[in-house]
Write a protein that binds this ligand. Sequence first.
Ligand code: SF4
Length: 400
Amino acid sequence: MTASHDTIPAPAPAVAPERRLPLVTNSAAKAFRLCHRLYQFRYVLGVRPVATAEAMRFGTSAHAGLEVWTSLDSAGRDERLDRTLAALQPAPGTEVDAIAQVTVEELLRGYHFRWQDEPVRTVFVERQFEADLVNPATGAASRTFRLGGKMDAGVEALAPLGCGAPAGEPLLVEHKTTSEDIGPGSTYWQRLRIDSQISTYFVGAQSTGFDAAGCLYDVIRKPSIRPASVPLTDEDGVKIVLNAAGERVRTKDGKKWRESSDAASGYVLQARAETPEEFRARLRADIAENPDRYYQRGFVVRLEEELRDGMFDTWQTARLIREAELAGRYPRNPDACVRYSRPCEFFDVCTGAASLDDAQRFRRAETAHEELAQAEPSAAAHVDARPANAPTPDLAPLPF
Ligand code: SF4
């Protein structure tokens, strides 16, 4: 009988430490590496923007759908798809971008058809972990931070998978959405060899009793097609072109209606925006024609040496976070202010055009790591609890 993830209890958590240490999560370490000031705003001061960026909303919605889909491995196909699509629906009264909503629905629908026949059994979905942050050089656990995070899923392949994952071994699953090229051999996959998140999650999984043989890296690429302009036509299906005076334009010989624009002459083809449902149909067809462009899975392993390198990365990042805490200094990184053509959420604050106290724009998070279920002390609480100039118990000052 195939066991469901619902029937497999998570192992009992390790004995809790006497004092709950602040967590270093992958998101926090990533923010710190990107810009120390960004880390300070998010994880020390606990500030979050009130409005969520569209890209963030998209990722959150897709993750919610993938969580449901992964958990329904033993459900009927139609039920699995229906409940996945239901999970994507916004709460009543929530304003959503109709094109973004259609996009996430079609991507998850295509995902279902792409992977529904993969022989994969779900062991768990969304499991949180806390583990020792270990100094790889000494094997000693940090007394300042612990590692924290939440794994998307754990599965077992019932037969060898096309991505190279072996059958019968515990596999971590990481769901990602991206705009990058995810084709085999692309830099997207190459970069994963040094991705510290995967190394951290191997350690985290082990701390919960799930000794993963590898990670099934499951990527959905966002569409590059966008809503198009649809030419307006008359009752005979002929396109409409107007001149600057708003009059319909004929061809030079006057025998037919003109059907193309001419900027120099001020002739404009009349058009309307594609409706969300028209875009849905076009996107669905594009996904059906090019499934490999939208969906890829890779099998990522960590050799002992790679795991050690990853843990050194995390350990050193934690040291630098501690140094910044003790100094009370979080330098800005102007090179990170605009990424993917979008300004950082705190750009107006850093450039003096807005204040963190503007409640219309910023709110205070209740916990440092909102993605984790339980509240934990923020880095600020941790710093405040220490007397000024107190020595770091296990992180010696850096040589500068
Ligand atoms: S705007 Fe630039 S300097 Fe300020 S937090 Fe963001 S990335 Fe850092």
